[in-house]
Design a binder for this molecule. Structure first.
Ligand SMILES: Cc1ncc(COP(=O)(O)O)c(C=O)c1O
Length: 360
């Protein structure tokens, strides 16, 4: 195959060429996968079989709805937010791209605290925006005072926070999110990918009083649907009406659509699983706190940061050799030395703790 020369490759936008592709490092196949904050629980077999039966009635040759109207209705019922104010995407990551299309202007500021889910800064750069980073407090929590100062100084069209945040696991208080919403003339996106695990209430109530607030959610975590890709955002219906103009049609396929609707009809199952995962992270964090030489951070979600004396890269490899995959967070300058582990089933937690004890 003839290779493209550098002049040809130079025609690809420089913002794109400057990025790194999103690849999860060290994606080894191991029995206990605790590195992507997923739910340890797959859908029950009976429910999967029910879905497979339903798939038989789906015409695979027909396009799905441009936007998944019935799934939007089901999400409206689930959240209590009007259907006109809901957008569904192919995972919340894909909606983040829409945020870039809608709100990021060439050379204009976007305020983001650090350390935060790296995709946000990548999308801002890809759309030509200027990242205005705000350093965390020593506790690694977002520095609300400095965020307010940055918002007042830069007057950005967009500010993004994640609560609870990945990678720190820490949630913002309702009062702090309110301060940001009040300080912003532009939009404030609150990514609530992990809100079901958060002991603090969602920021959803702000949608009633603050038309500049957008809440981003996913079915990848508490709902255990990372493999099928459903994310949604909630905003004022007038905002969604404009955002729809930037949406590609058919981003939610028929199989995903029906799976999402079915799962939203099983609120008890989700509640049970959230309770099990919340108990699991408490047990895991408690066990880590008991271990000598392990520094454990507090968490408001289904994963936790920890640090040991040993080199994190070597420890990660040793744990993987014992069948347990965790994540090295050293790519975030504020988190050098930290590893992240998510809550697993009781047996996964115990495999992790046994392996960690062996390799400390
Ligand atoms: C803070 C945060 N937002 C969004 C996502 C991605 O969610 P989705 O699977 O819906 O794209 C993640 C996944 O790890 C996350 O940690």
């Amino acid at each position: 195959m003839k290779s493209p020369d550098t002049r040809l490759l130079g025609r690809i936008r420089e913002q794109v060429r400057a990025e790194k592709p999103y690849l999860v490092p060290g994606a080894r196949r191991v029995p206990h996968k605790l590195n992507q904050n997923e739910s340890p629980y797959d859908l029950p077999l009976a429910l999967k079989k029910e879905l497979l039966e339903a798939f038989l009635d789906i015409p695979f040759n027909r396009y799905p709805d441009e936007q998944p109207t019935e799934l939007v209705q089901a999400l409206s019922q689930h959240t209590g937010h009007p259907a006109g104010g809901i957008l569904v995407g192919n995972g919340s990551n894909e909606l983040t791209h829409t945020l870039g299309l809608c709100f990021v202007r060439d050379g204009e500021p976007v305020v983001v605290p650090r350390p935060m889910f790296a995709l946000f800064e990548s999308v801002i750069r890809l759309f030509g925006g200027r990242v205005v980073p705000v350093a965390p407090l020593p506790s690694l929590a977002f520095d609300t005072d400095s965020l307010v100062t940055a918002i007042q100084a830069e007057k950005p069209d967009l500010t993004i926070v994640a609560s609870p945040n990945n990678p720190t696991g820490l949630a913002m208080s309702a009062a702090d999110i309110l301060r940001l919403a009040n300080a912003s003339d532009g939009f404030l996106v609150v990514d609530e990918a992990y809100h079901e695990f958060n002991p603090q209430p969602s920021a959803q109530h702000l949608l009633e009083t603050h038309p500049n607030v957008i809440i981003l959610r996913t079915l990848s975590k508490a709902f255990g649907l990372a493999g099928l890709r459903i994310g949604y955002l909630m905003a004022h219906p007038d905002v969604v009406t404009d955002m729809l103009k930037a949406r590609l049609p058919f981003m939610v396929d028929r199989l995903t659509d029906i799976t999402g609707q079915t799962l939203l009809g099983h609120a008890d199952l989700i509640r049970e699983r959230v309770a099990a995962i919340s108990a699991s992270i408490r047990e895991l964090t408690g066990a880590l706190q008991q271990m000598d030489g392990v520094d454990v951070r507090p968490t408001d979600t289904n994963f936790v940061l920890f640090k040991c004396q040993s080199d994190p890269g070597a420890l990660l490899e040793n744990l993987a050799d014992d069948g347990v995959l965790v994540r090295n967070m050293g790519g975030y300058p504020e988190l050098r030395g930290y590893l992240r582990v998510n809550a697993g089933t009781p047996s996964e937690n115990s495999a992790f703790l046994t392996a960690l004890t062996r390799h400390l």
